[in-house]
Design a protein around this ligand. Structure first.
Ligand SMILES: *Cc1c(COP(=O)(O)O)cnc(C)c1O
Length: 740
């Protein structure tokens, strides 16, 4: 396709002061090591530890200073380090091995997908999501939904699933968290330096950036396009923060999930309609769309509009689009579903809906909830109506979701409501600590050398039982100490450099002791997650925590949404508790939870505590990450844990539905488990100093969770459930009309 001839495209000179994308910014890189630049721009390094080591070895201080961001590091590193590396035979040998591995990965055409779906050449999936959690150097996420999307992309790359992602470049989106001494969360905005992140502008040969003009919107909104390489999967990011736009439009892509309704609607228009447009202007053909949540649902409207433009009737276009669209819903929380007032819809769609060949009434009815049609335009309802395949993200969430949306299918019984369940999973190489993976490898490799490509096979994991208790416990202790160092080092610096108030230092974790049983609670501070539940009975908790012989520590971390006052109050309450001398410094709140802190925590605590209000947790994924690393789940029976708990791999409570106050039932259940099972098991060490009973449970946790709650199992399930139908829909005859 000749892009230059399309009037909706503007090639825009790259703004002054930024990289022109042609790598000549990296003046210091000797030709012998030029591959480092390609490697830095492909997030493949984020799940291949040996590739990260290649950067770190150039200079550990520069690596640390870049916060493990190879693009930033290569831009800033003094030439002398590269000159040293070029003369180092050992370094060059490693470099060649990794570059070879990288290029074999990228060029391989024979993945799992190709083997199992040789008939599916016609299918490519366009995956739309408002957020992506890929690595902390690209902070385009708020929480679990983003990491799920990031893990999905990485796994599609590993399996060879043909997929292209679409999302947003949030340039001011990332809020660092600072906790004031009174416990109130304040956000400190980080402006993303787009040119020092692993993301590239989409450029033409003259070095100008691709900018599209949004269709059917006046005054015009322009969207610049960026690209992230996630292994083999390209992810296109939309950016309105460019000089062509007026100040109001520049704000559209500035931050995630704004609470300004109008701005939010504009975001979703840009994501869905703009995203669809970008793919077609880039000439990227795809046959199906996968919506991760309802935010990008306008993409389906745009697919319909394009068909109508070609002369197909609205109803026929709708039929075609439905048959090639998958919608994954992720929340049972009502506020998680966007509903836009009709006035706003009129303002932005009055020139759009005529191009669909329908009138206003029909248009508004697409987003009208059958039980409350006057509430506004509901994005989840729209997504459900415009897609034939819907799924929730755990079995329990499937039940809840079928009940929640059953009025869309009034004519059939609830258990036949067409919402399936595919339980979430996490990308194993991203979340399993590399040293745990190495330890496992020494046992697995001799039997199944390819285990990393087949880690969703439960049979392989039986060998976990063979791992020596000694080695596993030593490694766990090492990871725990690393977590504690990570928490305490910034505290020491605060003290040394700023003489900060000792109370703040204690609250931040100064007195934590790695020899003590440690619970971790880290996730977003949404109220339904009940972060403060364990403080229900303070005296009883104090007795558990401050038991002089068998003490317990709790490390909290997480952010409340900036407009969630209730969430901030819960956070403040916990912070106050951590400040109380009666807890003896054994409760800590770690500021500024991020992907990086999450990694340390899911590798290094002993127990992962999870106590949301059932049935609000659709799946939950942090507990899976913990389990992969031998961290034991102490979790309420909700979301994934209903499927994951087997009686031997952690602890469960709250399976019943008590009448009345749930907190009054759930909190004592946690205390009972701690007193009667968790604490005694942890402290019953043998003469060799190892708690063998605990280690046995760690192994059970790894082997029962890794193969079943990994993204490999999840992506394969999406492929096997939905792709055959998409393929049959996309045979050559109907492909002509179905493209896009
Ligand atoms: C995995 C993850 C989450 C999701 O946690 P839940 O258990 O689903 O609440 C949130 N934030 C970060 C940084 C994560 O890595």
């Amino acid at each position: 396709m000749d892009l230059a001839n399309i009037s909706d495209i503007i090639w825009f000179p790259v703004e002054i002061g930024s990289v022109n994308g042609t790598n000549n910014h990296f003046v210091n890189i000797p030709p012998r090591l030029s591959g480092l630049v390609d490697l830095a721009y492909n997030l493949w390094w984020s799940w291949h530890p040996q590739a990260r080591v290649l950067f770190k070895q150039l200079n550990p201080e520069a690596w640390k200073a870049s916060v493990h961001n190879p693009v930033k590091m290569l831009r800033e590193i003094p030439a002398e380090f590269l000159e040293t590396a070029v003369k180092n035979e050992e370094y060059l040998r490693r470099y060649d091995i990794i570059m070879n591995r990288f290029s074999r990965y990228m060029n391989s055409k024979a993945g799992w997908f190709q083997e199992h779906h040789p008939d599916s050449r016609a299918v490519t999936i366009a995956y739309f999501s408002a957020e992506y959690g890929l690595h902390h150097s690209l902070p385009l996420y708020a929480g679990g939904l983003g990491f799920l999307a990031g893990d999905h992309l990485k796994e599609c790359s590993d399996l060879g699933v043909p997929l292209v992602g679409v999302g947003f470049m949030y340039s001011e989106g990332y809020l660092h968290q600072h906790i004031r001494i009174d416990g109130w969360q304040v956000g400190i905005r980080e402006i993303l330096d787009r040119d020092a992140a692993p993301v590239k502008r989409v450029l033409n040969s003259a070095g100008e950036q691709l900018v599209i003009r949004m269709p059917h919107i006046e005054p015009p909104i322009y969207v610049a396009v960026w690209k992230v390489d996630v292994g083999k999967v390209p992810l296109y990011l939309l950016d309105t923060d460019i000089l062509l736009n007026d100040p109001a439009s520049r704000k559209i892509s500035s931050s995630l999930y704004t609470s300004d309704r109008e701005l939010r609607l504009k975001q979703e228009i840009v994501l869905g309609i703009g995203g669809r447009k970008v793919l077609s202007l880039l000439g990227i053909e795809y046959t199906a769309v996968h919506l991760n949540e309802g935010h990008p649902a306008f993409a389906l409207l745009e697919r319909i509009r394009e068909r109508v433009e070609k002369g197909i009737s609205f109803d026929e276009a709708l039929r075609q689009v439905r048959g090639t669209s998958i919608f994954t819903t992720h929340t049972s929380v009502n506020a998680g579903h966007d509903v836009f007032p009709v006035e706003l819809m009129d303002r932005y769609f009055s020139s759009y809906f005529p191009s669909l060949g329908i009138d206003r009434e029909r248009f508004l009815s697409l987003g009208a909830h059958p039980d409350s049609p006057n509430d506004g335009f509901n994005m989840t309802v729209l997504a459900m109506r415009l897609s034939a395949y819907h799924n929730a993200v755990s079995r329990r969430h499937g039940e809840v979701t079928r009940q929640m949306w059953r009025s869309l299918w009034k004519e059939i019984p609830e258990n036949q409501v067409p919402i399936d369940a595919i339980t979430n999973g996490v990308h194993l190489p991203t979340w399993m600590n590399p040293r745990i993976e190495d330890l496992i490898d020494t046992y697995f490799y001799p039997v199944t050398p390819n285990w990393q490509q087949e880690h969703d096979d439960e049979a392989i994991w039986k060998l976990v039982d063979e791992i020596s208790d000694d080695k596993l416990w030593a490694l766990h202790t090492h990871l725990k100490i690393k977590l504690f160092n990570r928490i305490r080092e910034p505290i020491r610096i605060k003290w040394a450099q700023r003489r900060e108030d000792p109370l703040t230092l204690v609250t931040g974790g100064l007195l934590l002791d790695p020899s003590i049983l440690t619970l971790g609670f880290a996730r977003r501070f949404a109220t339904y997650k009940r972060a403060d539940l364990i403080f229900y009975d303070i005296d009883r908790l104090r007795q558990i925590v401050c038991n002089p012989w068998r003490p317990v520590q709790i490390i909290f971390a997480g952010k409340a949404h900036p407009s969630d006052e209730e969430g901030k109050r819960i956070l403040q309450k916990i912070y106050h508790m951590a400040q109380q001398p009666e807890f003896e410094g054994r409760i800590a709140f770690v500021e500024d939870y991020s992907e990086q802190t999450a990694q340390y925590m899911v590798h290094g605590v002993d127990v992962w505590l999870n106590n949301p209000l059932p049935p609000m947790e659709a799946s939950g994924t942090s507990g899976m990450k913990a389990a992969l690393n031998g961290v034991l789940n102490l979790s309420i029976l909700d979301g994934w844990w209903i499927e994951g708990f087997n009686g031997k791999n952690g602890w469960a409570f709250g399976g019943d539905t008590p009448n009345g106050n749930r907190d009054a039932a759930d909190a004592p259940a946690i205390y009972n488990l701690l007193e009667q099972e968790v604490v005694p098991l942890y402290y019953s060490t043998s003469l060799d100093g190892i708690p063998h009973g605990w280690v046995k449970m760690m192994k059970e946790s790894v082997k029962s969770v890794a193969p079943r709650f990994c993204a490999k199992r999840m992506v394969k399930e999406y492929v096997s459930k939905y792709y055959p139908q998409l393929i049959s829909c996309a045979d050559d005859e109907c492909r002509v009309v179905l493209k896009g």
